[in-house]
Design a protein around this ligand. Structure first.
Ligand code: ATP
Length: 514
């Protein structure tokens, strides 16, 4: 556990030191769970957004993208169920005065049981070597089966209690499991209460005429209320999708995991409109498609898993998360939800406008069903960033810190370094930058010895370093160093563009999805 915490602290401090993420309003001691993206962070975030947008909108003929406003008519949130049901169950510890999400306390307890299972698996794998059959071990080892049974039972009960709004039972569960406040170790808990997560604000100048608004807690509703406009103006035929990226706001009760859980964050959502009855098929297809998108970035299959929801949200008939192995364990990165016709039907009811589609093949009108994919851009950022940060032992008994970002997402693709600050080398370096900057983000760096500059670029996540030396003046060649392998090659300056292009081109990476 201590190790995980150290790893996570290292991620946070590295993000600050290398210009990725800063605490918001830091000079005023910051604002809890609000963060700013710095010069490198803004680029990484933009690249992730673009990678998603291209995969969704550009590569799918039947998906279009929109950009709806953050402010929406307040009735939207009545219709969507957020005013009545967008709550988290909270519980306070009377001694430490710390507030927690009751469900998260229980889930963390279960995560500890799962960690025990993983430990048993690792131990057995070592003992049995190549003969180890993990599936068989999981199904037959007495201790593991007992752990798994207990974990399943707890999650089932939690799901059931939350679904039935039986908050007293959630508290009973916390007490039965003997869960203590992680800060104080105290088990002196208050009752569990519901807490609405929406931020309110006002529209209008005078107090009397001002209208109470909410900052949107999800981008999805901006898609639903525009459904018919987009379908008609785009002459779209079912099945089709509408995608959007943008800010969402939630007054999260517990927000202490850096950019994993923020109060202002960005979502990338796609609502796929389908014929009623076809939801199971599309739900499976989108689960598969989204997992492929993740795997295309090469961050290791073993770091992802699906988690099917026990407790379904008020709008869903099936839901699964794609979980990622964050520094603090497997946690939700993306949700895939079969939302039925809930949202469109609700908006029909509250707006008194028909939100139906005429299906030319069936020759009938219906309210389409929806399968949604919803991913947090900031969480994806954290997944990529934390996974990429490594301490590597090198052959000469030294270590290096390297940020092995997928090259397609790296903020800066290459650094151009003159070996020395004289003899005309800086001029050649600048000329190379002039040529490359039309295609890639590149930087110039002449300070310190070249070895230190390499380390600096490794830590910043730059996939290539291009070094200009005296030989460059004679034969127009340079060395190009690869971040991950640290290999250096002598290449012609005229070949640089194609070498970099081959590694960072979005097209090549996206091809892995299909
Ligand atoms: P959680 O259970 O972690 O609170 P959720 O199930 O409420 O998440 P959804 O409403 O399904 O999340 O939102 C879709 C995605 O938006 C999530 O998978 C996550 O990546 C992202 N997300 C949700 N809340 C936050 C937040 N407070 N900060 C950052 N990202 C978030």
């Amino acid at each position: 556990m201590a190790n995980q915490e150290d790893d996570f602290k290292r991620v946070i401090s590295h993000a600050k030191e290398y210009g990725y993420v800063f605490q918001s309003s830091e000079i005023y001691d910051g604002l809890s769970a609000v963060y700013d993206y710095a010069q490198n962070g803004a680029e990484l975030k933009k690249n992730i957004r673009e990678y998603w947008w291209k995969a969704m909108v550009q590569l799918n003929e039947n998906i279009v993208g929109i950009d709806a406003a953050i402010f929406m008519h307040p009735t939207t949130w009545k219709a969507s169920g957020h005013v009545d049901a967008f709550n988290d169950p909270l519980i306070d510890n009377k001694d430490s005065k710390k507030r927690y999400r009751a469900d998260v306390l229980v889930e963390d307890y279960v995560a500890k049981i799962e960690a025990k299972i993983e430990k048993e698996v690792a131990k057995a794998a070592k003992r049995f070597g190549t003969a180890f059959d993990q599936d068989q071990f999981l199904a037959t080892n007495e201790r593991v089966v007992e752990y798994q049974g207990k974990a399943d039972e707890i999650l089932k009960r939690l799901g059931r209690s939350l679904e039935n709004e039986d908050l007293a039972d959630v508290k009973d569960l916390i007490e039965e499991l003997d869960i203590a406040c992680p800060m104080s170790g105290s088990k002196n808990w208050t009752e569990v209460k519901q807490f609405n997560l929406m931020f309110g604000t006002k529209l209008g100048a005078s107090a009397e005429s001002a209208m109470d608004l909410y900052l949107r807690p999800e981008t999805a509703q901006g898609i639903f209320v525009n459904f018919l406009n987009v379908q008609k103006t785009g002459r779209l035929k079912i099945p089709f999708g509408i995608a959007q990226t943008g800010k969402a706001f939630r007054n999260e009760i517990v927000a202490r995991q850096f950019i994993f859980r923020m109060r202002e964050f960005e979502q990338m959502e796609m609502q796929f409109f389908i014929r009623p009855g076809s939801q199971q098929e599309w739900y499976e297809k989108w689960k598969d498609n989204r997992m492929k998108w993740h795997l295309s970035l090469g961050m290791g299959k073993e770091n992802y898993r699906f988690h099917d929801h026990e407790k379904l949200a008020h709008y869903a008939d099936a839901a699964a998360d794609i979980e990622f192995r964050f520094p603090f364990g497997f946690k939700e990165l993306e949700g895939i939800h079969s939302r039925t016709d809930f949202d469109l039907s609700q908006h029909e009811k509250y707006s008194n406008k028909k939100l139906q589609y005429f299906d030319p093949e069936l020759k009938e009108n219906y309210v389409p069903y929806v399968v949604e994919t919803s991913i947090g851009l900031d969480r994806m950022f954290l997944a990529v960033f934390s996974h990429s940060l490594r301490e590597e032992e090198l052959d000469n008994d030294t270590t290096r810190t390297v940020l092995k970002l997928p090259a397609v997402l790296a903020p800066t693709k290459a650094a151009v370094l003159p070996l020395v600050k004289k003899d005309g080398l800086p001029e050649v370096a600048h000329k190379i930058i002039e040529d490359l900057k039309w295609d890639f983000n590149v930087v110039y760096d002449e300070k310190d010895a070249v070895g230190r500059r390499y380390r600096r670029q490794d830590a910043a996540g730059t996939p290539f370093c291009i070094t200009v030396d005296h030989q460059s003046l004679e034969d127009e060649t340079v060395t190009i160093r690869h971040r991950d392998s640290m290999e250096q090659q002598r290449v012609a300056i005229t070949d640089l563009k194609s070498i970099i292009h081959k590694e960072v081109d979005m097209k090549t990476w996206l091809h892995r999805i299909v």
